[in-house]
Design a protein around this ligand. Structure first.
Ligand code: ZN
Length: 201
């Protein structure tokens, strides 16, 4: 079916429809919503989009999103140095931080092993994780990976690659819903997952 919307509206809705959770109809609605806003408000949105990459980087220690070379968590002297929680994405860090029941540091993998999607160990920050474990005084590694097939495979990979017996490897308790993401878990569930963590090695 041919769209009768002007080209600029179609272009914008085409871009928006690529975003997660946005279907073609919602994309058109959003584009028209923007068109109805004052120009200044739209310019603000455009500026925010343009500055996204300029003002966000990856922390050189934990690979979480950061505004400076070292993120606010890594540079916080009050956070425990001997506990490291491995997560898939910055959204997991965000959820755990919002829950407020963890005071160690993180390591963000940037994904999980997924042969189907062509994601192998090289594309994740696994080597960087192993280097940190050699370099930093870490006594417990908490695997905060989602209970999915890929999350489990990644957890197994880490356990097998770590012969160092001085580091205890634990995983979050099974309070998380099956296939459910840490990202969407509520504060109570996350607190229970941290306090009910089990030892793997
Ligand atoms: Zn960091």
């Amino acid at each position: 079916m041919r769209s009768v919307l002007p080209r600029a509206v179609r272009d914008l809705s085409g871009e928006l429809a690529r975003w997660p959770g946005i279907g073609p109809k919602t994309a058109k609605r959003l584009a028209i919503h923007l068109l109805r806003q004052p120009r200044r408000a739209v310019a603000r949105v455009a500026d925010t989009l343009k500055s996204l990459h300029a003002n966000v980087t990856l922390c050189t220690q934990c690979y979480n999103l950061a505004e400076q070379e070292i993120c606010t968590i890594c540079s916080d002297e009050l956070r425990r140095r001997e506990v490291l929680c491995v997560v898939e994405s910055p959204l997991d860090v965000e959820a755990i931080e919002q829950a407020g029941s963890y005071d160690g540091r993180y390591h963000v993998l940037g994904g999980v092993l997924s042969p189907l999607e062509g994601i192998d160990a090289e594309q994740l920050t696994l080597q960087e994780l192993f280097a940190r474990l050699k370099r930093e005084p870490i006594s417990e590694l908490i695997l905060g990976l989602n209970p999915t097939v890929e999350g489990e495979a990644t957890a197994r990979y880490i356990v097998q690659a770590l012969p160092d017996e001085s580091i205890a490897i634990t995983r979050l308790g099974r309070g998380l819903p099956t296939g459910g993401d840490i990202e969407f878990a509520d504060a109570t569930t996350l607190a229970a997952a941290f306090s009910g963590r089990t030892t793997l090695k």
